[in-house]
Design a protein around this ligand. Structure first.
Ligand SMILES: Nc1ncnc2c1ncn2[C@@H]1O[C@H](COP(=O)(O)OP(=O)(O)OP(=O)(O)O)[C@@H](O)[C@H]1O
Ligand SMILES: [Mg+2]
Length: 122
């Protein structure tokens, strides 16, 4: 649901503010969240987002996990190619999101679902 994407964005904006993230970094992170949440809704049939605040000596970070139990992604390399879409998108969501975060892990098993874990340090 489009509303889930809105809630994911709001949740991450609040978390990022609480961590003292700069506006420019927050904007990048929220853009990545929009893309991943939208994929979860459009291709995964819906799912959820977990979050963790990472606390290391001298730095804070946000780790977000998007999970769905949809059809999964048969070819991860293809899915991570700029401009490739199986639907009517632009094929820039996953690759764009990856560029906007510090760490990006995509895991998927056909028939079981998809998991994307992103990390952005403050
Ligand atoms: N959660 C998911 N479950 C199943 N397939 C997915 C999922 N996320 C992405 N995919 C597959 O990976 C492809 C690439 O995703 P990506 O977000 O990069 O592009 P898009 O959604 O097609 O277009 P855009 O995001 O630019 O509007 C999708 O077309 C879809 O086939
Ligand atoms: Mg997309």
């Amino acid at each position: 649901m489009e509303q889930d994407v809105v809630v994911a964005r709001q949740t991450v904006r609040k978390l990022a503010q609480d961590c003292g993230m700069r506006l420019i970094d927050m904007t990048k992170l929220v853009t990545a969240v929009s893309e991943l949440a939208r994929n979860t809704v459009v291709y995964g049939g819906g799912g959820d987002m977990d979050w963790h605040v990472l606390k290391e000596v001298g730095r804070l970070g946000l780790r977000l996990t998007f999970r769905d139990t949809g059809p999964g992604i048969p070819d991860l390399k293809l899915a991570m190619t700029d401009g490739w879409t199986s639907g009517n998108g632009m094929g820039l969501g996953l690759t764009g999101a990856k560029r906007l975060v510090d760490d990006f892990v995509l895991e998927s098993s056909p028939g079981e679902g998809t998991r994307v874990v992103i990390t952005r340090w403050v």
